[in-house]
Design a binder for this molecule. Sequence first.
Ligand code: NAP
Length: 512
Amino acid sequence: MSNIHHIKQHTSEEFPIVIIGCGFGGIGMGIKLREAGIHSFTIFERADEVGGTWRDNTYPGCACDVPSYVYSFSFEPNPNWSNIFGQQQEIQQYLLDCVAKHQLRSHIRFNTAVVKAEFNDEEGIWNLTTESGEIHQARVVITAVGGLTDPALPDITGINDFKGEMFHTARWNNDYDYGNKRVAVIGTGCSAVQVIPSIQPDVAHLDVFQRTPAWIMPRHDFTISQKFKSFLAKYPKVQSAIRGVLYWGSESLAPFLILDSKWLSKPFEALAYRNLTKHVEDPELRQKLTPHFQFGCKRMIVSDDYYPALTQENVALITSPIERITEDGIVTKDGVHHALDCIVLATGFDLSLAASPFEIQGRDQRSLNDEWSVDGAYAYKGVSIAGYPNWFSIMGPNTGPGHTSVLIYTEAQINYIMGGIQTLKTQNLKYVDVRQDVMDEYNRNIQKRMKHTVWTGGSCVSWYLNADGSNHALYPGFATEYCHGIKQFKLNEYETTLYPQVQDLPATSAAG
Ligand code: NAP
């Protein structure tokens, strides 16, 4: 392989670390490494800018559905959120500001997709191959590749025949002028519910293709006044108190949104149904919009403008299944041809929780892809995988929340990984590899608890579930419980090997 080149030589003291992905996870990890005085890390980012899902999702109306005071780093509070629920542009700007403030940019290699990782047992080194064939070496690899990144494109007959404009919500064509056009939105999940009211006033006609109606709660968003922003800037403790209130508020909702209990779901279903009846008077439309699964089974959606948008004259809610896409529109099973200029695919993401994000070869040439394809993705606390030493994941298997901010989990993972790195360094260990029995026991417990969750028992199909119905996406408990469990890196849960005496190791192109 002639195009392989090793970058410069470092000594083992420099401890090359590679982070893969520069969204919230990668940025948070980079900040914490630098804070600890560790500068020998490189962040590989396949795109040309940071931000991950917040860089990619530029569709009209894109905003967070978790209040921004808690959907942001606790160590980087932003007093300037425009609304309770921050909008995409300001979340992306927040991430850009974090990168600038913590001088991360020089650590980032943009347009660099890692396609293969192989562990060298003898040296305790990961060899990472990029798309262009370069090989980089690292003592520790941290994947922060996110889950909701790759669009899931629907398998609809004729999808490639359409001659009009077609794009996925996560790949919105901002050059396309949808004004006065006949537009279709396929899907009625979180993304669709934000897009639909945002484009409805401008389009000539909007066809909304709904397969499964969702439970939608009021959002109660409001604009934050300049006075209050200044107050928060002056008194950051108030902001952290607000974060605490929001955190404990969402924790109190956890049983209602997690457990498979009709009694616990009922009050939420009643509130969501009241939200529906408040906005939709037409009994036929109401009926079409009434969900038939247990509340919480799919992610709860919050919106104040989705139902009102559906009642507008230029909008049709179509529930007859899509049969095929033609050159100029969509034909539904009832035989109707819907003529269109543009089709928006709001069809969600390909989570791939039965496959590794790329080829990963651990100890004894074991392949993560092969292992995960059997029973889905597993890790210890979502972070460490037996047989893959010094490899850590951020937002790994079974670490997603159904009721609160994912960043609570992310921060806990970053802290835990820092513990692992410090242990490796201070104890001069070649590697730490989580014990198979420890990982298996952890996951047996997770999957046992999963049986009692609304995600598996609530009569719905969602992106949380693998094809076999198992859930490797979410954590079936309180965030507090998860964070407590991952607070300390415990070396007795890992197999370890001492590092051979100091030798020169080829390293990454780590800046700094
Ligand atoms: P999603 O929740 O997976 O929704 C996809 C929608 O497309 C569903 O309504 C689905 O119908 C429909 N669909 C998929 N394939 C279809 C097909 N072949 N024919 C017809 N309909 C089809 O995706 P999403 O809305 O992008 O949201 C994904 C996740 O991203 C959310 O759960 C949330 O975690 C996150 N998100 C967050 C925000 C935010 O914070 N603001 C915004 C957007 C997304 P079925 O229900 O019948 O499968």
